[in-house]
Design a protein. Structure first.
Length: 408
């Protein structure tokens, strides 16, 4: 779908809107030896009752600990995605220092664990978490029936925390507090996060390991209520791979928070002509064909929502070496002037959807997060994609074709 086909009565309401949101999370990951064998995380980290405390850009400290066979980082909340990425970087620095040379971090949604590894683990690590989570669609507890002592797989969630940054919001912003603290508000925001976060990113997280996880954990609508808002539990740990993916997923989550808080979620869904059964079904079934169809209709609405500094997929979110921006009031661009000078964040995202995360992102966590002795040069999609792609001929050709069609 092209920009010219959007319902402008809706996009005009969403244009240039922004909101402050508390962003946090407690994602999980695996540790493996040099042969790729997944090991017990309790060999390297303490339990959650006595975690490793890590500095942060926030007032609170982040925490690192084992949680089952997996390890977990509970990074400090912040309202700035750049600070959130810094908090995660500080965690990775400590984590990588604690695992032996030759070992590695495995960011895989699910992994098969050898029986002898399970049997040698701390008793706390041999069971699945006991705290329940909930399904926003069925309004019931999620209860996967598995015997942890016999089930050979373990699952790494990318749990996201969202909440109001100031619980003293006054009218009309007090509706954000109601969204964060009431059952009805929780159901609305979780279902909309499925649309705004899980639909656009499913194609980046649809490996066999991701599909296996969704069969047990991380189904559509999976969440826990918190004192400050919600924990969204549908995504896996894939977004820990790069500051760019942190920028994407939290930028989309903040858009969802703003749209629901402002009361436009029903209008948004109506404009896309999609129902919640379809959204829920294609996430649970890892149905990439249906997801592509929904995203094709969503793309221009996302591109025209909010402000570029808050929305990594905004049509105005780009870096350029030219002295003039190639846009003309967001109605088009000069094709020849664009070549080799600019990288649009939205085009970079589409390039990853087509070619995979690692068409842009380094597979080595140390290099990607600037922990290999170099200087971190990006904390977000716009700058990171520009540095990686501005001189890449294949991407520039892809971007020209994509934007030519998108602006028609």
């Amino acid at each position: 779908m092209k920009l010219s086909k959007v319902d402008k009565s809706l996009t005009d309401k969403l244009w240039q809107k922004s909101v402050v949101v508390s962003l946090g999370g407690d994602p999980e990951y695996f540790v493996a030896n040099s042969r790729g064998k997944i090991l017990n995380a309790d060999a390297f980290f303490p339990g959650k009752d006595e975690p490793v405390m890590v500095k942060s850009r926030s007032q609170d400290k982040s925490k690192v600990f084992f949680d089952g066979i997996q390890a977990e980082m509970a990074f400090a909340h912040n309202t700035c995605r750049e600070y959130v990425a810094d908090n995660i970087r500080y965690c990775w620095d400590i984590i990588l220092r604690r695992i032996p040379k030759g070992h590695k971090i495995v960011l895989r949604p699910s992994a098969k664990i050898q029986r002898k590894v399970l049997e040698a683990a701390d008793p706390e690590a041999r069971r699945f978490g006991c705290a329940p989570d909930f399904n926003a669609y069925t309004q019931s507890v999620n209860t996967p029936e598995m015997d942890a002592s016999r089930h050979p797989f373990r699952y790494a969630g990318g749990h996201m925390h969202l909440g109001v940054a100031n619980m003293q919001y006054q009218p009309p912003h007090d509706r954000y507090v109601r969204m964060a603290t009431t059952a009805d508000g929780h159901l609305k925001i979780i279902k909309f996060l499925d649309l705004m976060v899980s639909i656009p990113t499913l194609l980046l997280d649809n490996s066999p390991a991701a599909k296996r996880r969704r069969s047990k954990y991380g189904k559509a609508g999976c969440f826990r209520p918190t004192p400050y808002g919600i924990e969204y539990r549908t995504p896996s740990c894939w977004w820990l791979k790069s500051p760019m993916t942190v920028s994407i997923i939290y930028g989309l989550a903040r858009l969802a928070w703003m749209i629901v808080g402002e009361g436009f979620e029903a209008d948004f869904v109506k404009a896309l002509k999609v129902d919640e059964d379809t959204i829920r079904g294609c996430i649970d079934e890892s149905d990439d064909k249906t997801v592509k169809g929904i995203w094709d209709k969503m793309r221009p609405y996302v591109a025209l929502t909010g402000v570029p500094t808050n929305n990594p997929l905004h049509i105005g979110s780009f870096r350029t070496t030219a002295s003039e921006y190639p846009l003309d009031n967001y109605k088009g661009f000069k094709r020849k002037k664009l070549r080799g000078t600019a990288v649009y964040a939205l085009a970079a995202f589409e390039y990853m959807l087509k070619n995979g995360l690692h068409s842009i992102i380094d597979k080595d966590i140390k290099r990607e997060w600037g922990l290999d002795g170099g200087i971190p040069y990006h904390n977000g999609l716009m700058t990171g994609a520009y540095n990686r792609l501005v001189r890449e001929h294949d991407f520039q050709k892809f971007q020209e074709d994509f934007l030519t069609n998108f602006f028609k």
